[in-house]
Design a protein around this ligand. Structure first.
Ligand code: ME8
Length: 517
């Protein structure tokens, strides 16, 4: 059985989660569900990044003890993942004693190997990005080149990790492994960065006299570990590195680290070099996805335009007759359907409602509702397989779906995979219009009517499987209504003609049309 290990970034818990965090985790959840459905042994890791100056400052600002502050925020993240139906296997926290032990062990080992050393340092630090910059890297105003905020100048003794020692090895590795960073635009970005900047060694400590919130540096108790060095290690501590060797050996190397393009350098330069120095294999791929803007504007606290996924799902649920699960599924669908993997996207409530009305209420919801109505009306809710032949009208779109969905979904390209699925859905809807079952019923063409009913039920069953990674709750509801009981979802079940009888149990329409004035 193939294994598949995928990770999300671990999020800073200085503020509440927003649509960007939801996006990364939903893609990963879709991917994890798809891989499980294909029979792979999946490990899906997410978690929280709990150290660093920014978190300490946020707790202070709210007048809270840092532990209490973090505990509250972590709970909010966990609740969001529950609300969005995430199926992660473990939630790693950097405050977890096991993680701290692993980080300390790695620092000690790298120090003994001579890859970490002490030196005086002068640089500019952006607390918002928790990143050091040299003077030449700052923007024209002398601020952080990433976020434009003021960077503080720091000159102090610190510990450094020898990135520079590995530079030529790493450049060579990148040259030979163009699929290590995806999409290609991000691979080129990293290569360009390396060509333009000889790698300077990475400062991996902060003196406790200035910041105390973090993991103590085991080689010098006057320091704590730099938050990024600490955080990246979650990807191995979270699967048992140094404690559960069997589990670690089963899942490492990661098959994909999913991240946003903002943290590309940390993952695609620092992390592989850290692993090389530790003597560990590199992840197979770093995938940096695009960026969500809100109504074409950058999302920020000062603009007051941060999209809170809790409020959004509640609002949607209100518009959809109070169904929280379907509202969460609709939001997941929108996130996957609105932007192609890797590109930037724009959020607006108008676009979200538009998608729900056109794709989910009109195409999918309508198909399920009217098909099951016909099954009840013309066959008293019991649809049997009198003939299992695929209607010729379905052949092309079904074949396209079967041939293309898999390789698109395995790359996280649900944007395109869903295209094929909805093409099939629309084809079944068209088939209903073409066949006009009401006439078959009037004319007592029983054989044709039975084949028609079986075909639309079988088509909808296939839809429910392909829908599962992106909309697991809607998929389950469809299967319940068809009277099929898939204890586990497997792509093998998504084949034409495998059902003997559909025993229909109709429920309310999956996605009612949302009226907006
Ligand atoms: O960087 N559009 O955490 P973070 C799309 N703790 N994705 C977005 C987004 C947006 N507008 N805003 C945020 C950190 N994201 C570190 C990570 S990992 C070892 C440590 C998503 O809370 C995207 O995945 O700032 C981005 O990379 C991540 O949130 C940054 O989350």
């Amino acid at each position: 059985m193939n294994k598949f290990y995928l990770t999300t970034p671990i999020y800073y818990v200085n503020a509440n989660p927003h649509i960007g965090h939801a996006y990364t985790n939903v893609i990963c959840d879709c991917l994890a569900r798809f891989r499980r459905m294909r029979g792979e042994k999946v490990f899906f890791l997410t978690g929280s990044d709990e150290h660093g100056e920014k978190i300490q400052q946020a707790a202070l600002k709210e007048g809270l003890d840092v532990d209490d502050f973090i505990g509250g925020k972590v709970e909010i993240f966990r609740q969001l993942w529950k609300k969005l139906g995430l199926s992660h296997d473990f939630f790693v926290r950097t405050s977890w004693p096991e993680h701290k032990r692993v980080v300390k062990g790695i620092i000690e080992k790298l120090y003994q190997n001579g890859d970490i050393y002490k030196s005086r340092y002068s640089a500019f630090y952006c607390v918002g990005c928790e990143t050091f910059w040299t003077k030449v890297q700052l923007d024209q105003q002398g601020n952080c080149p990433e976020c434009g905020r003021i960077s503080e100048q720091i000159s102090e003794e610190n510990y450094f990790f020898k990135l520079s020692k590995y530079e030529s090895w790493f450049k060579d590795y990148l040259e030979k492994n163009p699929d290590f960073i995806k999409p290609r635009i991000r691979y080129n970005e990293v290569k360009k960065f390396l060509e333009g900047h000889p790698l300077t060694d990475l400062c991996v400590s902060r003196p406790k006299k200035r910041i105390s919130w973090g993991i103590s540096l085991p080689i010098d108790e006057d320091y704590i570990v730099y938050v990024w060095f600490d955080a990246l290690i979650n990807y191995i501590s979270g699967i048992g590195y140094g404690s559960d060797q069997e589990k670690f050996n089963t899942f490492w190397p990661a098959d994909v680290h999913y991240i946003g393009k903002d943290i590309l350098r940390h993952h695609a330069v620092f992390w592989p070099i850290m692993l090389k120095a530790m003597g560990l294999e590199l992840p197979r791929c770093i995938f940096a996805h695009g960026w969500w803007k809100i109504e074409e504007e950058k999302m920020s606290k000062s603009k007051g335009n941060i999209v809170n996924p809790f409020n959004l799902i509640d609002q949607l649920s209100g518009l959809m007759g109070g169904n929280q699960e379907m509202a969460a599924d609709a939001f997941r669908y929108f996130l996957m359907r609105e932007i192609p993997a890797g590109l930037d996207g724009n959020f607006s409530l108008r676009a979200l409602i538009g998608r729900i009305n056109s794709d989910l209420a009109n195409d999918l919801g309508n198909l399920v509702y009217r098909s099951l109505n016909m099954a009840c009306k013309y066959a008293q809710g019991k649809v049997e397989s009198t003939s299992r032949q695929v209607p010729p009208e379905f052949e092309k779109s079904l074949m396209n779906l079967e041939e293309n969905y898999g390789f698109l979904a395995q790359e996280g390209n649900f944007f395109k995979a869903l295209d094929y699925l909805f093409e099939f859905i629309r084809r079944i809807n068209k088939y209903i219009e073409e066949v006009k079952p009401w006439n078959l019923n009037k004319e007592k063409k029983e054989k044709q009517l039975a084949h028609f009913l079986y075909s639309i039920c079988e088509g909808i069953k296939i839809v429910s499987f392909y829908l599962y990674p992106v909309m697991p709750k809607a998929s389950l509801s469809i299967q319940r209504q068809l009277g099929i009981d898939s204890k586990t979802f497997s792509l093998k079940q998504a084949r034409w003609g495998m059902t003997d009888v559909f025993q229909i149990k109709k429920e309310k329409p999956l996605f009612p049309r949302i009226d907006v004035n």
